[in-house]
Design a protein around this ligand. Structure first.
Ligand SMILES: [Zn+2]
Ligand SMILES: [Zn+2]
Length: 101
């Protein structure tokens, strides 16, 4: 999140740039960064059903940051040509925390 240097309003994404909704300030930003941030925001708020999880692979190489449970479902997502992230979902049914690598 970035703020307008003129009036401290939260800048909003608009047509690949960050713009202040109050004044005319435009934050110069690389288009690819906007895309990555946009995708990451989506990835961080995923909706996997319990049925989806049954088909997901599991790993015991990670530890849940919330409940310290030592295994998790994971899902690798390619978000750009060279960039992929792994999304983990805690396999503790009472926790189900989502986090990314
Ligand atoms: Zn402003
Ligand atoms: Zn957990």
């Amino acid at each position: 999140m970035r703020f307008c240097i003129e009036c401290s309003t939260i800048l909003q994404y608009q047509g690949g740039t960050l713009k202040c909704p109050l004044c005319a300030y435009v934050y110069p930003i690389d288009k690819q960064i906007v895309t990555i941030e946009h995708i990451l925001r989506k990835v961080l708020d995923p909706i996997f059903s319990e049925d989806d999880m049954k088909t997901m692979p599991q790993t015991s190489n990670v530890r849940c940051p919330a409940c310290l449970h030592s295994d998790a479902y994971f899902h690798e997502m390619k978000i750009l040509n060279e960039l992929s992230i792994i999304l983990y979902i805690c396999s503790n049914v009472r926790c189900r925390k989502h986090w990314k690598s």
